[in-house]
Design a binder for this molecule. Structure first.
Ligand code: URA
Ligand code: SF4
Length: 190
């Protein structure tokens, strides 16, 4: 059963020692949300609050993400939220290629279990990952944010929408309208 498979995968992630990030974490952050998600969000990696609580996007960036979701009439409960890398990189540095590769099998299994038709990436690292995973050519977010890309996956076709990371609005609230515009494009696809 799906629920059991997801629970088992989460347990595996919480015990994982496949890469060095396991040594620094308080909690791994597998992901959270609906098992029939309207949108499957992929962020970069847990930050401090996420590491403390074991849940994705529960800090400042998470508050922005919740606001953006609410702006298109969605709640966190109807989407699924996870990250490319499930453990917090020390000092919030970017995850390395080796860490991304070590962790990727978990994200692949999450996608195969939940089979989302609509995937939204948050930030450059997640966009880059889906590009290499689904054969898209990687271009800067400034060019592609809010655009729709059709890909074929092992479970059928899916749409991918690259978005800026919600953290960009933490110190630059003037960028919130742009993030909301991009979210509105996502709503058109629902
Ligand atoms: N930033 C991310 O990319 N992911 C989180 O879960 C929190 C902050
Ligand atoms: Fe395992 Fe991923 Fe955590 Fe590395 S980041 S220890 S691969 S769960």
């Amino acid at each position: 059963m799906l629920e059991a498979s997801i629970a088992e995968l989460e347990e595996e992630i919480r015990r994982c020692k496949r890469c060095k990030l396991s040594r620094f974490r308080t909690n791994a952050v597998p992901g959270k949300g609906s098992l029939k998600p309207k949108v499957f969000f992929i962020g970069e990696a847990p930050g401090r609050s996420e590491d403390e609580q074991g849940e994705p996007f529960v800090g400042a960036a998470g508050r922005v993400l919740t606001e953006l979701l609410n702006s298109i009439g969605l709640s966190r409960e109807v989407v699924y939220i996870t990250n490319v890398v499930k453990c917090r990189p020390p000092g919030n540095r970017e995850p390395t290629e080796a860490e991304i590769e070590a962790c990727a099998p978990y994200l692949r299994r999450q996608l195969l279990l939940l089979r989302p038709k609509l995937i939204a990436t948050l930030g450059r690292i997640a966009w880059k990952w889906v590009c290499s995973e689904f054969g898209l050519s990687f271009t800067s977010l400034s060019r592609v944010h809010g655009k729709v890309f059709e890909v074929s996956t092992e479970y059928g076709s899916a749409k991918i929408v690259p978005l800026y990371h919600p953290a960009v609005a933490i110190y630059n609230p003037n960028r919130l309208p742009m993030l909301k515009d991009d979210m509105a494009k996502l709503k058109e696809l629902l």
